[in-house]
Design a protein around this ligand. Sequence first.
Ligand code: UD1
Ligand code: CA
Length: 460
Amino acid sequence: MKKSLSVIILAAGKGTRMQSAKPKVLQTLASKTLLGHVLETCHNLTVDNTVVVYGFGGDQVQSVISNHYADMSITWVEQTEQLGTGHAVKVTLNELPKEGQSLILYGDVPLVSAQTLANLQAANTDGMSMLTLTVDNPFGLGRIKRDAGGNIEAIVEQKDASATEQQITEINSGIYCVDNALLHKYLPKLSNDNAQNEYYLTDIVKMAVADGITIAAIEPDYDFEIEGVNNRQQLASLERSWQAKLVADLQEAGVQFADPKRVDIRGTLSAGQDVFVDVNVVFEGDCVLGDNVYIEAGCVIKNAQIGNACHIKSHCVIDQAQVGAGVDVGPFAHLRPDTVLSDNTKVGNFVEIKKSVIGHGSKVNHLSYIGDATIGADVNIGAGTITCNYDGVNKYQTTIGDNVFVGSNSSLVAPVTLHDTATIAAGSVITKDVDTNALAFGRARQVQKEGYQRPQKKQK
Ligand code: UD1
Ligand code: CA
């Protein structure tokens, strides 16, 4: 039978060095809170029980996380005083099953991967496994002491380490998988008799070794997986490591980036073959690009699907939009939530579209606002056309059939319907439905006065 899996996330620290009003675990990396990263990773494992230890700013942490992850069941445990990592885990014992095992993670170590955690769990065959790494500069971190046979015998903290121990370059990530029975047995016995007068979680290693337990150690696939965030520099550097990894994965999958350092992916991006992404493009949320998509510089693309062979010209903002195949957008277009552009449509510069469907082959090429509209196939929306969808209180729908031609600078006052093959004269204000095949003028008739004398300047 599979052992039950709990996750204990330590998140009580204040993060003084961030110089922020926000608790550290609510700082964001790739647009997601540090704690959110850890919770989402755990969500990808089969976790039976998620316990978060909070302290500083607990109300804020709980309200932000509970709002964002309403469907996750989290047990919150308060650690009123930060007496050390061992104490932090000890306060969870009331919530922790006596059987099964626990992953011990940190709210400020956001990038540990689900794969690494699965490996760590699999490595725990005798009661305890831990994630370690050999580094160039181990200063400040706990060192892994091994016996002559190479077995782990203890962890010694920097401040307690002898000169010889300080030479050790294998460090403790602080991430473990431990049988709950051992946590229940060892944590009440921890003492704070050490250089920092803290209850060290690391002391459970000695206790386990004394009980004849062999402690397994594995390394993460990427060094950044065990990096913690204590200040803004570390946060920025971790963000860069993460971006570099996401970009490298996409390059492996065949995406061309003009400059792999000048693109940001704040969420997930999946892309087909022969996609080109120019500099300073930002992807947010979950984005999907088809084959042969070409994205010019400076676009911000969020939670969008973009079909094959689309050309997104520079400086477009695309938010929760669905773009078909062979579509041209921009430059400087703004596609807002619930925009659907069918195949072979064209949306040009300074066009804003919201909650509207643009039918196959239709064009909105210049300076328009299209909101709450359904537009059929092969429609031409002239430059400067505005759907007047809002009366100051309510929103109304504009419906446009197939093959409609809307002359430039027209205002379509919703609710209004332009039936198939209707033609709207330029400069019209359309307040009534227009029939199939009809031409509608909604503008003052032009008058002409012959031989007009311009006003002269008055004589003093
Ligand atoms: C700990 C390890 C050290 C390891 C290092 C990796 C111990 C004694 N030492 O160092 O071997 O190399 O992590 O970064 O465990 N926290 C609480 N409550 C507390 C204390 C800490 O929630 O009372 C949380 C902090 O918010 C932080 C994490 O635990 O997220 C680690 O605390 P930190 O003080 O950074 O770790 P160290 O004890 O220095
Ligand atoms: Ca510390």
